[in-house]
Design a protein around this ligand. Structure first.
Ligand code: 6PG
Length: 229
């Protein structure tokens, strides 16, 4: 809970530091951010500049929004239904549409909506998680070629269950002004150790090592092997 709280306070601080800016924020899904979204809705509704936030997704499972697997559906149920973010400022990935077609549509939408730097969309904030297998943004180990794709979003496959996903690739992630990981639980201690080592094995470690401005928000369990480094 306190890791999520620290991240919420950091996000509000980043936005308050630039009071005239509209922030383009791309969020990940999975179970880790769910706790944070719930806390955000329950305790920081009044202190967050919701009307200066445009919400995009880093990745989405290729399922309809009402499916329990939907990253959009999870955030809608826990936060978007309560937070006064203008409807036109929420840009979901349509998991119910054919994946290749939707990856192309969403890539074009992001290129039109998000200002670019050095030829790639420059998000203000990208919130990432990390799987216990070292994946991030639904780019899995063994699919590292997707990190250097020429597309902003691609179709990936979760090797554990064959589920198709739409995922933001490495260059737009690395291009963001703030790349922030939220990683909790002892199950992630190995991947956090990889991230903090010099070698960048796995997509999460690759992103963490190559991002210009990366912050790790993790609990004691995730930081088990790296201590207070
Ligand atoms: C997803 C996420 C993914 C997530 C990691 C961690 O769609 O699953 O975007 O990249 O960040 O898998 O997921 P957990 O928080 O569920 O461990």
């Amino acid at each position: 809970m306190e890791t999520s709280r620290g991240l919420i306070l950091r996000l509000v601080e980043i936005m308050n530091n630039e009071p005239d800016r509209i922030f383009n924020i791309a969020v990940s899904g999975g179970s880790t951010p769910a706790l944070m979204f719930d806390l955000w809705a329950n305790e920081y509704m009044e202190t967050t500049p919701w009307n200066r936030m445009c919400i995009y997704w880093v990745d989405e499972r290729c399922v309809p929004p009402d499916d329990s697997d939907s990253n959009y559906g999870m955030m809608r149920n826990l936060l978007l239904g309560m937070a006064p973010i203008p409807y036109e400022n929420v840009f979901r990935i349509r998991g119910e549409v054919k994946p290749v077609k939707e990856a192309a549509r969403y890539s074009e939408l992001v290129k039109q909506q998000v200002p670019s730097k050095q030829g790639w969309p420059e998000f203000d904030i990208i919130l990432l998680g990390a799987g216990d297998d070292g994946h991030t943004s639904s780019i899995f180990p063994g699919q590292e070629e997707l990190l250097t794709s020429a597309s902003v979003y691609v179709v990936s496959i979760n090797p554990r269950n064959g589920q198709k996903r739409i995922a933001m690739t490495g260059y737009p992630i690395l291009n963001a002004r703030h790349v922030i990981f939220l990683i909790t639980g002892k199950g992630k201690a190995d991947v956090v150790e990889e991230i903090c080592k010099s070698g960048d094995v796995g997509p999460a470690a690759y992103v963490a090592h190559h991002a210009q401005n990366v912050e790790l928000f993790m609990d004691e369990g995730a930081a088990l092997y790296i201590g207070d480094r």
